[in-house]
Structure formats: C-alpha cells, structure tokens
Design a protein around this ligand. Structure first.
Ligand code: FES
Length: 175
C-alpha cells in the first residue's frame, strides 16, 4: 500500500466529513478486541463512506492497532469491499444458467468492450461499474441486465449501446 502523502487520517474534508470519521471511531471502539473486528469495522466503514478510501483504511488500521497493509490486503481480496468510489450507475449482468445459455456471457463481454473495463471495475469517469451475479430471480426474462433499479429483459447484444445511452450521452449512436 502506498503510504506517501497522507494527511492525518480522519481530520475531515468535504468528501469525508469529520462526522463520518466520528461514527467510524465509535464502530472501531465497539469492535476492537472482538473476533473478526477488522472485517466488521471495514464493513461498517464501507456503509458509512460508500467505499474504502485510503484515509479510511489508515484510520481503521490506526484504531485497531494493525498494519495498514493488512486492511488493504483484506479490502482487495474480498470482492465485497471496494477501494474505488462507487459508480453513478451499477450494471448487474446476470450469469445464472438461464441468462448464460441465452447470451448472458456475450452480453457481459460486450459491456466490457463498450465501457473499456473488466467486470468488477468502474469506468474512469465513474459513470458505470459492471458486476456479474448468479441470478436475479427473473429467469423467464433471460438474458437480463439490471442498471441501478431498472431491469432490462431479453436483451440482445445490439441493444446494449441504446440502453447505456439512457444513462450517458457518450453512448448515443450518431446517425
Ligand atoms: S439466471 Fe438470470 S435471472 Fe435467473
């Protein structure tokens, strides 16, 4: 973990107000010394901040008295944790059996090609992130993708750009 220019952790700023760090400190106190404290605190921190920025990982390490690299290692090992700010639009690409056999895999690959990112990643403009999942419970409508709370059913590869264009002008097709 890069330990370069880091402001004193948790002093607060516009993006990470001091109140959020206070709540985090309370959670650290609550869990310190208990079984699974690191993961439990990290999970709370992600709820509070939306992801695990570097300052927050340092704060957790400091508070629990463990090396920052341990927190960073856990954050990057488990896909549940994110060290990147959340995207404005979260794309869920179903890879359950019904979706997979009706083109779900090709759909996922096409999304990756169009957005220029791999599954689990966020576009550099923070507009989209892609998350494959096992089944979202609408198998009769396969293949399915979900963007935020909207479900798109029987999606064909040719429709993907049109769907993305609803969220970002960048993907509008020029005539
Ligand atoms: S397999 Fe895709 S919704 Fe069930």
């Amino acid at each position: 973990m890069d330990t370069g220019t880091v402001r004193k952790p948790g002093t607060g700023n516009e993006e990470f107000p001091a109140e959020k760090f206070q709540i985090l400190d309370e959670r650290i106190k609550e869990y310190k010394g208990k079984t699974g404290a690191t993961i439990r605190v990290m999970s709370k921190a992600q709820e509070i901040f939306g992801y695990l920025p570097r300052e927050v990982m340092f704060r957790i390490a400091d508070g629990l008295g463990i090396p920052p690299v341990k927190v960073y290692g856990i954050a990057t090992f488990y896909s549940y944790f994110s060290t990147m700010p959340p995207a404005r639009h979260k794309i869920i690409s179903c890879q359950g059996t019904a979706c997979y056999v009706s083109g779900g895999r090709q759909m996922l690959e096409k999304l990756e090609r169009i957005l220029g990112i791999r599954r689990g990643e966020t576009t550099p403009d923070r507009e989209f992130s892609i998350h494959p999942v096992r089944c979202i419970g609408t198998c009769a409508l396969a293949p399915v993708i979900k963007i935020d709370s909207e479900i798109y059913s029987r999606v064909s590869i040719g429709k993907i750009k049109k769907i993305l264009a609803r969220y970002s002008k960048k993907y509008e097709e020029k005539n």
